[in-house]
Design a protein around this ligand. Sequence first.
Ligand SMILES: Nc1ncnc2c1ncn2[C@@H]1O[C@H](COP(=O)(O)OP(=O)(O)OP(=O)(O)O)[C@@H](O)[C@H]1O
Length: 512
Amino acid sequence: MSFDWEYALSLLWYAPLWEASLVVVALSVLSWLIATFLSFFLALAKLSSYPLLKLPVSAYVWFFRSLPLLVLLIFIYNLPQVIPWTGNYLSDPFTAGLVALILSETAYIAEIHRGGLLSVPPGQREAGQALGISYFGIQKLIVIPQSIRIALPTLANQFITIVKLTSLVSVISLAEILLVGQRLYTQNFKVLETMLAVAFFYVFIVTFFDNLLKWGERNLDVTHRKSRKNYTDKTQLEKSVSSKPDYQESASHEADEGQSGVVIEATGINKSFSELQVLKDVSISVKKGEAVSIIGPSGSGKTTLIRTLNGLAVPDTGIIKLDGENIFFSHPDQPRSRRLPRQNEIKKIGMVFQQFNLFPHKNVLQNITLGPRYHRRGSKAQLETEAMGFLDKVGMLEHAYKYPHQLSGGQQQRVAIARALAMHPKVMLFDEPTSALDPELVGEVLKTIEVLAREGMTLIIVTHEMQFARRISDKIYFMDEGSVVHSGSPQDMFDNCDEPRVRQFLKEFNGS
Ligand SMILES: Nc1ncnc2c1ncn2[C@@H]1O[C@H](COP(=O)(O)OP(=O)(O)OP(=O)(O)O)[C@@H](O)[C@H]1O
């Protein structure tokens, strides 16, 4: 018996096979989209620290990944035998197939999402928190777009797996490609010719969607993206800056700082990581317009201290006040007294991180407007114009439409400063803002901070740049082993302090 090419080719125009292809596409696309959406919640729950969320989801993923799809399909299709009302839906093979595929694929794709979510650096979430964005806002605006980009190649692969899995739905009599083929060869016995045509339809569908998903992947990859607007003409850009923004607007409008003009104050802060006590009864206080530096040896608790001020690290005990109002308190003798800073309070405290933590999937302008837009501080156009003003201020106006990967470290840090300023904070926290920079880039960032200090912005800076601290600070705190060992004016710290640990530190610093 010879191979009947003519018959095989004629099947490429056979209408029932094209109709069955549409069924396969609809079933695959719907189950992939719905499972991709639902599995995000499962992945988030699985990463949660709450056992009530984590355990049921882990059990779901374990169960449905263990169950063969064929068994699940037959089970779902026959469910109306024991739960009659489900017959309204599940007696339709398409719906039964869709439900089975969604149940099974949600379990698989949840694990893909979990991998994607874990790949987003923690600094991204912290940058969102520092902008006063809620947990769900951070997921939606910052984490999920990045994790989708990371997970997309694996998600695309899973889509192709689903296309092929739909052939199993023939077992419950859905007229998909394989079943149409089977019906044909049981009549004419031309098994190989029919299967060749069946294979063609699957390969055609997979190839089409594979290319579509690759195109989507390329589009989501900002490293392949050019700046949307490529302004090279500085005057054109300057036109988009209406007026210099007043980044201290909120601070200057409020006369409700503590009686002594103190903007932020931390008292009796204690913090331990497991057995290690990192902060020991630390107190600091910063007045409006002051620039305060925190210096000290590595590991002395400087970073942990400023992270407690905006809630990125939660103290075990202590009180933190912003404008005289408690934003955090936890009394050692009253275990139930704890109150954590709220988003409304956190957004009044700007933060610049050592690693910049710009959002890589947003361009410079979008990085700056993300916080203000989330908090609905104005229309998109207003906020963009204002953002241009901040970019002008930090000397980054020409880079407004670039993505973070297109900038040097120093430029990224200046954008991070503009992003914090755009929230009109009452105080700006800088966590070693130049430590991650190449030496030749340190100067441009220090200069930007110095300008802010001169203009009267209230600043707290953790730094290892001693000359800089001396030049710009109104007050310097020296920390060692979790305690503030000495505080005073720069002259007091650098020239007059007798505290042996300070002297030793400065001596080592000058010697290095
Ligand atoms: N999340 C954490 N879990 C456990 N230990 C931590 C954590 N964060 C900080 N530590 C520890 O707390 C101590 C103080 O760290 P911190 O980063 O506050 O010091 P630092 O003075 O800022 O140091 P450096 O100047 O090197 O940045 C260190 O011993 C550090 O290992």
